[in-house]
Write a protein of this length. Sequence first.
Length: 70
Amino acid sequence: MGRGRQKAKATRQAREMKYFSPETDYSALERELNSAKKNSSKTSSNHRYDDEDDYSEYADKYADSYTDED
């Protein structure tokens, strides 16, 4: 395939992807959002990130060292 046809094909594919809008299933979206609300209410008080370390043990241990002595 020559460069001109290759570029035209790539342009056509990019245009199709840009303007493609699939039919939205609103009932599936509503189910997903409702299930997310139910799950978040159970874990909202204990929300932690996976990469977040637990420093509360150290905060309690060294709290005495950082009191104001001015």
